[in-house]
Design a protein around this ligand. Structure first.
Ligand code: FDA
Length: 395
């Protein structure tokens, strides 16, 4: 005996729950299946437990996708303001942090509960610890086995996310299913992830572990983020590094302005006039952590001598070093700590208005499993809400 649903959503994460609630609102009989024990595990740990659920400033420019126009339709059909009003309607208190980022004041659990409540009031059913196998397209619908039990549905929504954080239940299920149906998958890599350093750089900089500085960081393609940079015992992290990691490829260098708030040339010239015997180390320690200056001296990237002994070339070299410090990361920390997965189901196969597959009617892909990756700042959840919403209107 098989059960019948209008819509089966695989994945009880951010996008899956959003889609299920919306399809339920349309009177569709919806079932959500997940192999985990509970829903929304990534939401629960996101934003340090407070979930950076959206942003006041959202546009297509905040997303990485092989087709930069793809996200526009869904983002305009369901905007950040729509989600903000849902959060408000549920009485969830939130606050704005830097760069328009919106966080729960209390707990990320409230976002999961809100989505479950929305699903509940629209009679969405959930089943956990389910292994989904043997998915087939039959006539105008699909059949699948869930823990060996046959289920039929008209629409199948794949919301199984990316590969980051395997310990939270991430699997390549969505990519494999796409390939089963003949869809291509843009090669995946870890995004929003700390950099690791080559051996000597790691030895030199690991003692700065815990030190954060404001920085402007540039990828080779010219993309720039201005946010904090954090030295860690493994390499480099902090918001600016996580952001640029999504634009970095193995072997490329990153260029970092370590002093974006200071005019180093001016500082050196003025200091020399007033205190000609002051050393470069003491002078630069006014705009950078002293230990960082010392490490740059130990690495012979800076010379420590009285300012009066510096010639013009040396002035320029100091400015060049601090405003354009170049480093080639060894790699990234990978999916183990990455917040997102770059690449995914190729959007060329999907309708940007509905997320439905162009060649297989009734098959939808939403959220992070697709080749859409947001910046740090609530954008990945924005994509989940928007893509989940539009699929929910159509599935
Ligand atoms: P998501 O991964 O949320 O859900 C997929 C679901 O599918 C899971 O429940 C999983 O168990 C299930 N599943 C997987 N394989 C399956 C299978 N084979 N069978 C059945 N079920 C299966 N973003 C943001 O905007 N703001 C933030 O603050 C953060 N913070 C953050 C912190 C950390 C530590 C991480 C790792 C990530 C973030 N993110 C974030 C990113 C954000 O969490 C992520 O982009 C979304 O959760 C993706 O939502 P999805 O619904 O696409 O997948």
């Amino acid at each position: 005996m098989s059960e019948r649903f209008d819509v089966v959503v695989i994945g009880a994460g951010a996008s899956g729950m959003m889609c299920a609630a919306e399809a339920g609102k349309r009177g569709r009989k919806v079932l959500v299946l997940d192999h985990a024990k509970k829903p929304g595990r990534k939401i629960l740990i996101s934003g340090g437990g407070r979930c950076n659920f959206s942003n006041y400033d959202v546009s297509a420019a905040n997303f990485i996708c092989s087709n930069p126009h793809f996200v526009k339709s869904a983002l305009s059909q369901y905007t950040n303001w729509d989600f903000i009003s849902m959060v408000s309607k549920h009485g969830i208190e939130f606050e704005e942090r830097d760069h328009g980022q919106l966080f729960c004041v209390d707990s990320a659990k409230q976002i999961v509960q809100m989505l479950l409540d929305e699903c509940d009031s629209n009679f969405v059913q959930f089943r956990y610890q389910i292994a989904v196998t043997d998915i087939e397209k039959i006539g105008s619908g699909f059949t699948l086995l869930a823990n060996g039990h046959r289920i039929e549905c008209e629409s199948l929504v794949v919301a199984t996310g990316g590969l980051s954080m395997p310990k939270l239940g991430a699997t390549p299920f969505g990519y494999q299913l796409a390939e089963q149906f003949g869809l291509s998958v843009v090669p995946t890599t870890a995004g929003l992830v700390p950099f690791t350093l080559h051996k000597q750089d790691k030895i030199d900089f690991s003692e700065l572990s815990g030190i954060a500085i404001p920085a402007e960081i540039y990828a080779e393609d010219g993309t720039m983020f201005k946010e904090a940079l954090l030295f860690t015992h493994r390499g480099l992290s902090g918001p600016s590094v996580l952001q640029i990691s999504s634009y970095w490829q193995a072997g490329q260098k990153v260029t970092i302005n370590l002093v974006p708030e200071a005019d180093v040339k001016e500082l050196l010239v003025q200091s020399r006039e007033k205190h000609p015997n002051q050393t470069t180390k003491n002078t630069l320690s006014k705009v950078l952590p002293k230990r960082l200056v010392e490490v740059l001296i130990e690495r012979k990237q800076l010379t420590d001598k009285p300012l009066k002994q510096l010639n013009h070339k040396e002035y320029d070299q100091i400015v060049e070093l601090l405003e354009g410090w170049q480093i080639v990361p060894n790699g990234t920390e990978g999916y183990r700590t990455a917040e997102v997965t770059l690449g995914g189901v190729d959007t060329d196969h999907l309708s940007s208005k509905t997320m439905e597959c162009k060649t297989i009617s009734g098959l939808y892909f939403i959220g992070e499993v697709m080749d859409v990756t947001g910046w740090l700042g609530g954008y990945n959840f924005c994509w989940c809400w928007s893509s989940g919403f539009v699929a929910g209107q159509n599935a």
